[in-house]
Design a protein around this ligand. Sequence first.
Ligand SMILES: O=c1cc[nH]c(=O)[nH]1
Length: 245
Amino acid sequence: MTTVRELDAAVAACRACPRLVAWREEVARVKRRTFRDWEYWARPVPGFGPPDAPLAIIGLAPAAHGGNRTGRIFTGDPAGDALYAALYDIGLASRPTATHRGDGMELYGVRITVPVHCAPPDNRPTTTERDTCRPWLARELELLRPTLRAVLVLGAFAWHALWPVLSEAGWQVPRPRPAFGHGAHIRVVGPDGERQVHLLGGYHPSQRNLFTRTLTPTMLRNVLRHGADLAGLPTGQRPDPPPGA
Ligand SMILES: O=c1cc[nH]c(=O)[nH]1
């Protein structure tokens, strides 16, 4: 796999984890009433966004009725609604809402991916599943590396999943490994000993975090803006729409 496009195709064909294959297909058979007219994707969901992005955002895994239905990461679930709205607000996405693969959504300088590409039961992949999926993340970061300047890691799961990826690829990972937190920020030096990439932690925009206001839309916008600044991406603030619009 020498291109991100090839990688995405290979990811989407993966059947490595029997439990996840069974679950993603079962969910697609049973469906949720609201989505009964949908033909679910029911496959691994690749990353989304340009292959030369300076900013990567790493989430957790596709939602059963979100990415596993629509075939695009963070698309069609509450976490994605919050994430794309915030990206749009700061000028990094072309639309405020992501609904399906043909909705015209474009990301500017941002690639969104996950450490586990199949929807897991209860949104909880096992450590074996996380480790089995690791080579995909490793390859994706390797392909992005020439342009990558910052990684925004959404949630402790991805934070912990990332360290072995980086150290196996020869990045100079600090010891002890930095603790996850919203706003945690470190720099890691790349395998070439020169290029540095910023790692920034942020709470995952899960329904639970949003509902409990552990993560507010403002906090999400701000941490995205911080990631974009570290990546050297220009951001803006969209003006409020006119009344009645
Ligand atoms: O990490 C992810 C990706 C998509 N949807 C989620 O809820 N989480």
